[in-house]
Design a protein around this ligand. Structure first.
Ligand code: NCD
Ligand code: ZN
Length: 343
């Protein structure tokens, strides 16, 4: 296949940041995606309906003139989030989900939840209102091996959570393991997962290829090849529980190339081309449209988009750097050639 026209996709997990950073990255996402679920991990985080309304306005104001894009907002769950805030979120119409970060798990997660059971009253309200809970599904216990943190989260927290709240709608975000795939497959219909381009394209070997490679470092961290293959199988299986979420997470070059580098891969520039490459690798381009454009809106109970985008098989070189704040950022696969592009 040399040319692929599909329904315009949406990104169900995106970091846009704020201010000048927002202005720099937003056009990349808006070019490909009609809508995106916007992560709330700003400093300070988006904790209230009022915070989300103001952030949404800033995103819309940062859009290039004439560019359509709908930010689907989320609230950042803390130990102090109230059930009343959930009712207000539902009433707002523009807040589509609530994001759970274990305190300290990843970038800007200091205000995250210290003990998931502290949020049971909020989960009960979300279950009742039908608002999805988006999980950064990793434990933070220092004694748990970093490569096992997703698996241990599923066993220790997620299985008990879904049995306490069987009607709660849950997205296990950016899954990275066979264990997560199996959990989602065996769970009830309220449970879905997003998958990033980096976890479909790379195993943990990419982190150490020829030296230490900070631009392949994200959380949850890349895993063994057997896990990548399980994710690729899930994404291309035509199962509606698995859909697109890039987790594109911009960081300046210097904060990644550092003695304590930040987690996050930048894929907003070329996400659809990367997904096409991954799907083509297992001869499954015919499943890309549903993964990218159907299953996400179906889960979120939103209409599917009606416009289309076109991808062509034409090799191009990803830039070494994208302009971002004063220092620039390094996109995923920077400087490398990839086979697909969006026209
Ligand atoms: C994200 C970021 O930079 O905000 N980083 C990442 O590695 N994915 C946070 C997150 O989603 O974990
Ligand atoms: Zn993320």
């Amino acid at each position: 296949m040399q040319k692929l026209t599909i329904t315009r996709p949406d990104d169900w997990h995106l970091h846009l940041r704020d201010g000048a950073a927002l202005k720099a990255v937003l056009p990349h996402s808006a070019r490909q995606f009609a809508r995106a679920i916007i992560m709330p991990n700003l400093k300070p985080p988006i904790r209230s309906v009022a915070d989300a309304a103001a952030y949404r306005d800033r995103i819309l104001a940062a859009l290039p003139v004439g560019q359509a894009f709908e930010p689907l907002m989320t609230l950042y769950l803390t130990d102090n989030t109230s059930p009343a805030e959930i009712a207000a979120a539902k009433a707002s119409k523009f807040i589509k989900a609530v994001k759970y970060y274990p305190a300290g798990a990843t970038t800007n997660s200091d205000s995250g939840v210290t003990d998931i059971r502290k949020c049971d009253r909020v989960f009960a309200a979300m279950e009742q209102e039908g608002i999805p809970l988006l999980l950064h599904g990793e434990v933070t216990d220092a004694e748990v091996d970093v490569f096992d943190r997703e698996k241990v989260f599923i066993e220790k927290h997620l299985i008990p959570l879904v049995s306490r709240f069987p009607k709660l709608r849950v997205v296990l975000e950016h899954i990275t393991t066979l264990d997560a795939v199996q959990f989602v497959l065996n769970a009830n219909r309220n449970i879905a997962a997003t998958i990033t381009p980096q976890h479909l394209l790379f195993s943990r070997n990419a982190l150490f290829k020829g030296g230490l490679r900070p631009h392949y470092y994200c959380l949850p961290i890349l895993k063994r090849e057997q896990h990548r293959l399980a994710l690729l199988q899930a994404a291309t299986s035509g199962n509606p529980k698995f859909f697109l979420g890039t987790d594109s997470a911009p960081h300046t070059r210097n904060t990644k190339e550092s003695d304590c580098g930040c987690a996050g891969c930048y894929s907003a520039l070329h996400a659809m081309a990367l997904y096409a490459e991954a799907f083509e690798s297992v001869d499954a381009l015919n499943h890309l449209e549903a993964f990218a454009s159907f299953y996400g809106p179906d889960f979120y109970r939103l209409p599917r988009n009606t416009e289309t985008i076109t991808l062509v098989k034409k090799t191009w070189r990803i830039p070494h750097e994208v302009s971002f704040l004063d220092v620039g950022l390094v996109p995923l696969k920077a400087g490398e050639e990839i086979p697909w592009q969006m026209i």
